[in-house]
Design a protein around this ligand. Sequence first.
Ligand code: PEP
Ligand code: MN
Length: 338
Amino acid sequence: MIVTLKKQTPKTEINRLTGLFESRGLKIHFSEGDNYIVLGLVGDATQLSERDILANEWVSNVQRVGAPYKLANRMFHPDDTVVDVGGIKIGGHEKIAVIAGPCAVESEEAIIEAAKEVKEAGAELLRGGAYKPRTSPYSFQGLGYEGILDLAKAREITGLPVVTEIMSVDHLEEFAENVDLIQIGARNMQNFDLLKEVGKLKKPVLLKRGMSATIEEWIMAAEYIMASGNPNVIFCERGIRTFEKYTRNTLDLAVIPLLKEKTHLPVIIDPSHATGDWKLIEPVALAAIAAGADGLMIEVHPHPECALSDGAQSLKPAKFAELMKKARKVANAVGRDL
Ligand code: PEP
Ligand code: MN
């Protein structure tokens, strides 16, 4: 249930109401904007009567929340959430953030080279997988902890915050110490133990959509992280499985306005995994910005023909730099900066 209070409600009254709801066994999520104060009640609110609550002179509105997600719900937090990743803001109306880098960290020199190239082109965050979820056990599995340290080195040299995927709760400490934005990959979107543990960390989380996940299942995965105490969640659409074979996945662009209507969390698009084809990255990336995405995550590799994973869906740095120029124009056309 959402109880909206008048902006001028005295603190003592807010505390009294909060205490009253807590005494009924409900958890309170407090949110305050320029023009509103919202008390989001989590738990069994069927015991409460809307009419009784509305009898309070400071209450301007009472609404029951039908959706199973609460903390991620736009009703609980009417303003857009802006997630701060190592000083880079993701979400809100102004700026679009671009994350770029190779699919996998292949060596310290390689990730430093890629980091310098993507920074030069205007990317604000560096990606690179250290623990890789590969379909085949015979494919390159990533450098593991060494890869995490290589990313940290690339951050030290370029200043770019780093994004990398966690696959196991066993690695939480490495990520807590070295990673700015923890990626939950498509294959782990419903690994609930992992979601709960990254929720306890409080570090920003990039939550990719499961390849067959409905939008509601995806939002519920975000709810798991938030319910464990971490409000810093960013959605990343990376395409879903359909009957189509000409692309690796099918990009669901409608999720951008839809998630923004239903939740207050930032939404970014990964055109590399969504298409599987470097030639499709640019048009899809531009469309994503036009549709309101808060950011992009693009695979960029200085030598894609030799990449140890996903070379076919990686842009060369020069192509990435071209994309950035066009992306800036589209961003400006929809009233945002990049
Ligand atoms: C990745 O970003 O490297 C990755 C494995 O993506 P996804 O989980 O979307 O397949
Ligand atoms: Mn990849």
